[in-house]
Design a protein around this ligand. Structure first.
Ligand SMILES: Nc1ncnc2c1ncn2[C@@H]1O[C@H](COP(=O)(O)OP(=O)(O)OP(=O)(O)O)[C@@H](O)[C@H]1O
Ligand SMILES: [Mg+2]
Length: 232
């Protein structure tokens, strides 16, 4: 299994008080290679918390996270950072591109920690291929301020794919886009999911987008419930 959550519970402590707020209650689910999963639920239901735990950006209060069969809790800081960088790509609601870097430089940024400089040439070729793939070749030397919001989001998507991750986590990636651009970005994510052999977990408020995935999970009252299987 690519990724697995086993009996995940998450409490947040209220600052300066002994009251703790239970956000996720005994949640388990699995993600297979190349699978497409949507997570829907009301604002504040814990969708981002769940995605961040899955992406090892946050720790559960109890329960186990497994990536490719290995327990995340047992990994030291460097191993975890290495796995996160090589195995997982993130896309957020706001693109988080660096304003002082061009489109190409932003896409290549996740390659910086790589010690082996010989691998940079193929990586640069891959970056250019992906930029062309999403129709941004004419904008390669532009800065984020010179791009539309939709173009910035597409750039953020390919930046997340540059290290060939097996798991792409997207937290409301279409949240800052208008309806037409949102549908276009969701369709692009699905195409890339197939072409790049990357599993996709998308948090969305849009049932139209959620219904394009293999499975829909509803997060409600701290529990994760399975929705209907849409595409078989
Ligand atoms: N760092 C934190 N400290 C304390 N409480 C937090 C923290 N992060 C989130 N929460 C609380 O946990 C709950 C779930 O938050 P989360 O951001 O996961 O919700 P969400 O489903 O992603 O909401 P939205 O759809 O608005 O993005 C909320 O009640 C929130 O206030
Ligand atoms: Mg959220």
């Amino acid at each position: 299994m690519l990724a697995e959550l086993l009996s995940i519970t998450k409490h947040y402590n209220q600052p300066g008080s002994s009251i703790s707020n239970l956000v996720l209650d005994n949640i388990s689910f699995q993600i297979a290679d190349k699978e497409r999963i949507a997570i829907v639920g009301p604002s504040g239901s814990g969708k981002s918390t769940l995605l961040n735990i899955l992406g090892t950006l946050d720790k559960p209060t109890s329960g186990t996270v497994l990536l490719d069969g290995s327990t995340v809790e047992s990994m030291d800081f460097d191993r975890l950072a290495g796995i996160r960088n090589s195995m997982i790509g993130f896309v957020f609601q706001m693109h988080h591109l660096l304003p002082q870097l061009t489109l190409l430089e932003n896409v290549m940024l996740p390659l910086l920690p790589q010690k082996d400089k010989n691998s940079l040439k193929p990586a640069a070729d891959r970056a250019k291929h992906l930029i062309e793939r999403v129709g941004l070749s004419n904008h390669i030397h532009k800065y984020p301020s010179q791009l539309s919001v939709g173009e910035c989001q597409r750039t953020a998507v390919i930046r997340a794919l540059i290290n060939q991750p097996r798991l792409l986590l997207a937290d409301e990636p279409t949240g800052s886009l208008d309806a037409a651009n949102a549908t276009q970005l969701a369709d692009l994510l699905i195409e890339l999911n197939r072409e790049q052999n990357v599993a996709l977990v998308i948090v969305t408020h849009s049932m139209e987008i959620a219904s394009k995935m293999d499975k829909i999970y509803h997060l409600r009252e701290r529990k994760l419930m399975t929705g209907e299987i849409v595409n078989g």
